[in-house]
Structures are given as structure tokens and as C-alpha cells.
Design a protein. Structure first.
Length: 92
């Protein structure tokens, strides 16, 4: 959990600095998103550990998720617009 929180803080700071986004005025939205993401990761990990017998098999078990994520990736400009729109929504 501590590593997840550290990654979240690093991502938020880099988004404000590198993408020149405003800091959110409503941090409750960020906290809810963080808790929701953490619960999804925990559920996915529990399901994965129930059907995987070794670390080598875990790589193959998660392969469909990685492939779907790679196939649905969009251009960086689209990501930047979506992040900016989401940040603008959460700043209101």
C-alpha cells in the first residue's frame, strides 16, 4: 500500500509540474479514485493468486490484461487532453 501511495503522489506531482495542470481544489475526488483503484488492484491480485500456482504462470495469467491495455492505448495528445479535462472537472 505504501508503494502504491508513493506512486500516486509521484504521478500527481509530475502531472502538475510536467503537464502544467492546476492542483485540484477537491481532493476528495482523488481520495475516492485512489481507494477505488487500490480495491480493484487488491481484488485482481486475490483472484490471480487463486488461479495461479507459480510466478511463471502469473506472467501468463496476466498476459490478456496487458495485451488489452496495450491495444487500447491512445496517442499521448489524447491522454493529455483527457487528463486535463478530468483535472478541470475536479478543480471546480
Amino acid at each position: 500500500m505504501a508503494i502504491f501511495l508513493a506512486q500516486f503522489v509521484a504521478l500527481a506531482v509530475s502531472a502538475v509540474l510536467a503537464l502544467d495542470l492546476p492542483t485540484p481544489r477537491n481532493p476528495l475526488v482523488m481520495v475516492v479514485a485512489l481507494l477505488f483503484g487500490c480495491s480493484i488492484i487488491a481484488a485482481f491480485s486475490a483472484a490471480l493468486s487463486a488461479i495461479t500456482r507459480s510466478s511463471e504462470a502469473a506472467m501468463l495469467t496476466t498476459l490478456p490484461t496487458v495485451v488489452i491495455g496495450a491495444l487500447t492505448a491512445v496517442r499521448w495528445s489524447t491522454v493529455r487532453r483527457r487528463v486535463a479535462a478530468t483535472a478541470a472537472w475536479s478543480v471546480r
